[in-house]
Design a protein around this ligand. Structure first.
Ligand code: FMN
Length: 178
């Protein structure tokens, strides 16, 4: 099957992960906020998005394109400060329709946040969030930043993409059945 890596990013770490997945799989890498993507050209998709303020940055794009995404195998790659777990799952569930989440395979990667690179608004909001956060580790990360970027962590995404690549396109499968 033919696939593509589509991503959203605010500060570049998800773009970096998308490039690494592209390098390892040979799939095209496209930023969803830079022009329209012809979704009919692809049988499966890797959708990579950061979590920003408890929501997936790619949410609005997914909502706009929901009908075209239906039926395609999807790997949802989240990039966040939070580690994989119930907190992250709840943000994913709040961001996207339940049917879409149920059909997608989710791989959680951890990103990067450098306080000096943030807009003043984001910096201020994260200082307030840190002050309110009862989790001491998360609070410290919101305040001082973090860097969990790890090229090797894309391996599960690459494995899924290669599995999808090796499958026959749906049209061809139907022909074989006939
Ligand atoms: C303004 C802002 C809000 C964030 N909100 C969350 C959040 O709610 N939960 C979380 O786990 N990480 C959060 N993060 C961390 C980002 O998910 C992480 O920095 C990610 O690598 C950013 O991806 P990007 O560089 O592609 O924009 C936030 C980061 C920023 C800058």
């Amino acid at each position: 099957m033919k696939g593509a890596i589509l991503y959203a990013t605010k500060y570049g770490s998800t773009a970096q992960y998308a490039e690494w997945i592209g390098e390892a799989t040979g799939l095209p890498v496209l930023n969803v906020s830079k022009g329209n993507v012809n979704l009919n050209a692809y049988d499966f998709l890797i959708l990579a998005t950061p979590v920003i303020y408890y929501k997936l940055l790619i949410t609005d794009w997914v909502q706009r394109n929901l009908s075209k995404l239906e039926g395609k195998p999807i790997v949802m790659v989240t990039v966040s400060g939070a580690p994989p777990g119930s907190k992250l799952d709840a943000w994913v569930g709040d961001s996207l329709p339940a049917g879409f989440v149920a059909n997608a395979k989710h791989v959680a990667l951890r990103g990067r946040q450098i306080p000096a690179e943030l807009t003043w608004y984001d910096r201020a909001m994260l200082i307030i969030a840190a002050w309110k956060n009862p989790d001491p580790v998360a609070s410290e990360e919101e305040l001082k930043g973090f860097d969990y970027m790890d090229k090797d962590s894309v391996a599960p995404v690459v494995a899924l993409a290669n599995e999808f690549k090796s499958r026959d396109p749906v049209a061809k499968q139907t022909e074989t059945v006939k």
